[in-house]
Design a protein around this ligand. Structure first.
Ligand code: NIG
Ligand code: FE
Length: 404
């Protein structure tokens, strides 16, 4: 069905800029944007007689929001660790005592697929209410074949049950499972030769990720994983330079990673490598804020080298129990000195690039998917400006209005 959406203004986010069209209109058909321009041109150029007409009442349209880094499937929560951190323990100390990621692994291994599905749905519902139409979700709280498979099946099922585009990332190299203590090389071998090929054969994996950190895996180990991923034809991304500088982001760039994420401790050489490879820098202000991190990512250098910057909730039970992408946009501005325009690019075009889907998603252009939010605001900067609350809006995915 052809639809004519009019009486609106559009921030198309083409090229990662607002790229505003005032007094705009667009035509969608078969899930796609077929035409976009000014209302005046629409009246003179188009035959609208067969189209359903939708009056947007002066709203501002932006692309549907994309949350490009989440761990939103997990069991339990870690509010106790939040309390411990505020009593003076660090994230690394809590992990060394058997808490941290391992405590979520224990809970997730015990949970059934339907329990995981239900709790993930409830969290993702919060994101969707804010205008999220695409999400990336990682495994990484299973750390054995059956438990990772359980998580990835839940991720695939979410895409079936919700009007949401979902990218599934295998993060089996998130932490060393207890069965492999003292044998981290063997765990990486197990992922490369058994777990990943099997999960890939079941079509459960879109991208491969790892946690490159002293409390997780070394760059040499990550490199072996990246080689195994590439041998299967899978793109890679990496948690890099979150707590220390190991050169993970340069490694990611060498393997043409879609993104390197966190990046607080990255060096100038890492920035240059990422600029050259076109790897997106995914900044995670929620984890930065909740860990009360003092080290800032090299914001000025990233901008100077023209590295595309995305931002995301990093929704996870340990470092970032954040259920609002708009809050992250605000934090991106106040903590990481992004302009509201850059923050919006960070959850639209640049987030799409971090998922390798920028030819179809992330900006409002002819031929791309008709995913957009119609906000009742005076200017798109308001999406980052208001802290909390629910801006009134309509959400359209694949040309269809999403109802809650
Ligand atoms: O992105 N850095 C590693 N992974 C997550 C945290 C996972 C957890 O603590 O459960 C992150 O911050
Ligand atoms: Fe993460």
């Amino acid at each position: 069905m052809k639809k004519y959406w009019h009486n609106c203004h559009i921030a198309t986010m083409q090229n990662g800029r607002y790229s505003i069209i005032e007094n705009a209109a667009l035509i969608t058909e078969a899930q796609q944007i077929q035409w976009i321009g000014t209302a005046a041109d629409a009246m003179t150029q188009l035959d609208l007689s067969t189209a359903e007409t939708i009056d947007l009442d002066g709203a501002w349209l932006t692309p549907g929001l994309i949350d490009c880094h989440t761990h939103s499937v997990f069991a339990g929560n870690r509010s106790i660790e939040f309390e411990q951190r505020l009593q003076g323990l660090s994230y690394a100390e809590i992990a060394a005592q058997g808490g941290g990621i391992m405590s979520t692994v224990r809970a997730t291994r015990q949970a059934s697929e339907s329990e995981l599905l239900l709790s993930a749905r409830q969290r993702i519902e919060q994101l969707r209410l804010e205008g999220v139409t695409t999400i990336e979700i990682k495994s990484g709280y299973g750390l054995d074949y059956l438990s990772e498979r359980k998580m990835l099946r839940v991720i695939r099922q979410l895409a079936v049950e919700l009007p949401l585009t979902v990218k599934s990332t295998c993060l089996a190299a998130h932490a060393l499972p207890p069965e492999f203590v003292g044998r981290s090389d063997e765990y990486i071998d197990y992922i490369c030769t058994e777990m990943l090929p099997k999960l890939h054969a079941e079509q459960l994996v879109d991208v491969v990720d790892a946690f490159c950190e002293h409390l997780a895996f070394q760059p040499e180990q990550v490199e072996r994983l990246f080689q195994a991923a590439h041998a299967l034809g899978l793109p890679v991304k990496l948690h890099a330079e979150q707590l220390s500088a190991l050169g993970g982001s340069s490694l990611a760039a060498r393997y043409r990673a879609l993104s390197a994420d966190h990046l607080e401790y990255m060096t100038e050489a890492d920035v240059q490598a990422m600029a050259q490879s076109g790897t997106v820098a995914v900044l995670l202000p929620g984890a930065f804020y909740l860990l009360r991190e003092k080290q800032y990512p090299p914001l000025e250098s990233l901008k100077r080298h023209g590295v595309a910057i995305a931002i995301s909730t990093d929704l996870n039970p340990g470092t970032s129990p954040v259920l609002s992408l708009r809050l992250v946009m605000n934090m991106g501005c106040t903590l990481f000195e992004l302009t509201p325009e850059q923050a919006l690019a960070g959850v639209t075009l640049h987030a799409a690039k971090a998922l390798g889907i920028e030819t179809q998603y992330g900006s409002l252009e002819v031929g791309k998917k008709a995913d957009f939010v119609a906000w009742k605001i005076q200017h798109p900067a308001e999406i980052s400006y208001w802290l909390g609350g629910d801006l009134s809006k309509r959400i359209i995915r694949h040309g269809q209005e999403v109802l809650f």
